[in-house]
Write a protein that binds this ligand. Structure first.
Ligand SMILES: Cc1cc2nc3c(=O)[nH]c(=O)nc-3n(C[C@H](O)[C@H](O)[C@H](O)COP(=O)(O)OP(=O)(O)OC[C@H]3O[C@@H](n4cnc5c(N)ncnc54)[C@H](O)[C@@H]3O)c2cc1C
Length: 488
């Protein structure tokens, strides 16, 4: 039986990000992926939000994505455009880039990190015991791992087999997305009717058409067919434009469900396996990638014995509320996408409200992910929030803070007197960097905050401790997040 410290079921964006995070931490990880190759057929996510781009920047790979897409200084909220160009982030924009490009780029990164990806194989079941998990794979092989993570999408086998409840709100709308051929012209662009938004567009460099068409009926359980698409188009456009030669047809709904627990013993779930909802607002892939970044370093520390298994419970405690908020905001947005005079009136009223500065910042902070705040207790506003990517000075010269996170290790950034903090018992795990910064500290949505004397930055870029010029609480924070002190 082949052994790995961690097996990941599913090599979509979440599984790939998690694999990269674990590999950076030196963990022996393998991915089992159903699809035979790196390519994703069909269209799904269309871009990355600011916080996800920051997260990729923390690993030094944001440029790989930025170079392929187009940026716009705004987010959408149920058809309302909200400017984020004034947000204090190096990436105060949204990147337009289709999921197939995002996945290929992540897969290339994971390949560079030498993670084995067992393609063309399914995880078909598992049995966990006190010491690990036996994972059955469709080629007949069994893998033994200390932990199994289900990143296997909305219909997650791992979640189901772990007996994790997945409840929520039933679908009220159903939509087909497809890539098909249309000979001649069609009614290009977006249109709205009482069921929501439909749209037809030509793909960049081919005659293929991307179609997104609302269906009259909800509750289909079969795989969608060309006939289903044709019927839906006739209902919306009065014609199916004689569509033919589909390369992909899939269906999504606005059902919103979330896993009741993100961990059951040695089995965890992340990404769509933990939460599904309508694509409106473009939150799914982004939330999955950020789940992975929250879980990766924690799982690595538990696997190598640095931290007790209880650290993994902070993954649920921090990410479940984020997922629940995403479900709530997408449900609200699906209403705003509908048609009819009542919804039009609501949308106009909301647009007016979101034109005001504070509501705009509040909602845009949420949609961009820049406002995410893990509840790490009371204290300085930075505590639990993302560390800004400041330009600091260290002994060797100027440095961007995110460059310190490229290797996914924790950092104590001392902005007070050099040598003023001693973390010798954690020196094997936490890097102490003396730096100077004279500028202001500004957080998205919140605004300017008091400059801290020091911060502990977790590998996911969130602040775990804020210093006031003393080391009060520092040893406790380091123990909580990075394990007990080593004997010195
Ligand atoms: C039309 C549409 C538009 C969207 N737009 C956006 C957007 O703009 N922004 C955004 O952030 N999100 C968007 N999303 C959502 C986004 O596509 C998903 O949230 C994202 O793909 C989730 O990633 P994942 O890795 O968690 O799951 P998936 O992408 O579903 O990946 C799961 C992987 O697991 C594999 N797998 C499944 N079962 C097994 C098994 N038993 N064994 C081994 N492998 C298995 C699958 O082959 C797949 O590769 C959109 C979705 C749709 C449908």
């Amino acid at each position: 039986m082949t052994q790995h410290a961690v097996v990941i079921a599913g090599g979509g964006p979440t599984g790939l990000m998690l694999a990269g995070e674990l590999a950076l931490a030196g963990v022996d990880v393998a991915v089992v992926e159903r699809r035979p190759g790196k390519e994703l057929v069909g269209q799904r996510a269309g871009g990355l939000h600011a916080r996800t781009i920051e997260a990729l920047d923390q690993r030094g790979i944001a440029d790989r994505f930025l170079s392929q897409g187009e940026v716009a200084p705004a987010v959408g909220y149920g058809w309302v455009r909200l400017d984020i160009g004034d947000f204090p982030s190096r990436h105060n924009y949204t990147l337009g880039l289709f999921q197939n490009h995002i996945e290929r780029t992540l897969a290339d990164w994971v390949e560079e990190l030498r993670v084995p990806v067992l393609r063309g194989r399914d995880v078909t079941g598992f049995v966990q015991d006190d010491a690990g998990v036996d994972v059955q794979v469709s080629d007949g092989e069994s893998l033994r791992a200390a932990y199994l993570v289900g990143c296997d999408g909305g219909r997650s086998l791992v979640r189901k087999e772990a007996g994790i409840e997945f409840s929520g709100v039933e679908a009220a709308t159903s939509c087909l997305i497809a890539e098909v051929e249309i000979d001649g012209e069609a009614d290009w662009g977006l249109r709205r009717d009482e069921l929501g938004i439909s749209g037809l567009s030509r793909m960049e460099d081919s005659g293929t058409v991307r179609a997104m068409v609302q269906e009259r009926q909800v509750g289909h359980t079969d795989e969608p067919t060309l006939q289903d698409l044709s019927e839906a188009m006739v209902a919306v456009y009065g014609t199916d434009y004689q569509i033919h030669s589909p390369t992909s047809i899939s269906r999504f709904t606005d059902a919103a469900r979330q896993a009741a627990a993100y961990r059951r013993g040695r089995v965890l779930v992340a990404g769509d396996a933990a939460h599904v909802h309508s694509p409106v607002g473009g939150q799914g892939l982004n939330t999955g990638v950020q789940d992975a970044m929250n879980l990766g370093w924690k799982l690595a520390q538990v696997v190598d014995g640095t931290s007790p298994a209880g650290l993994l419970d902070t993954y649920h405690a921090e990410r479940h509320p984020v997922g629940a908020r995403v479900l709530k905001t997408t449900l609200a947005q699906t209403v705003l996408l509908g048609g009819g005079e009542r919804v039009d009136a609501l949308r106009e009223t909301l647009s007016e409200l979101l034109g005001m500065d504070e509501p705009r910042k509040r909602i845009a902070g949420m949609m961009s992910g820049l406002d995410i705040h893990y509840d790490l207790g009371d204290g300085h506003p930075l505590l639990g929030r993302r560390m800004p990517d400041l330009d600091v000075e260290i002994a060797a010269g100027p440095l961007r803070v995110y460059a310190l996170l490229h290797d996914a290790r924790p950092v104590l950034l001392n902005l007070g007197a050099p040598g003023g903090l001693d973390i010798a018992p954690w020196a094997d795990r936490v890097r102490l960097v003396d730096a100077a910064y004279a500028g202001t500290w500004e957080l998205p949505v919140i605004g300017e905050v008091v400059a801290p004397a020091a911060v502990v930055i977790r590998p996911d870029g969130h602040v775990a401790w804020v210093g006031d010029g003393t080391d009060a609480g520092l040893a406790d924070a380091l123990t909580t997040w990075f394990g007990p002190p080593a004997a010195t």
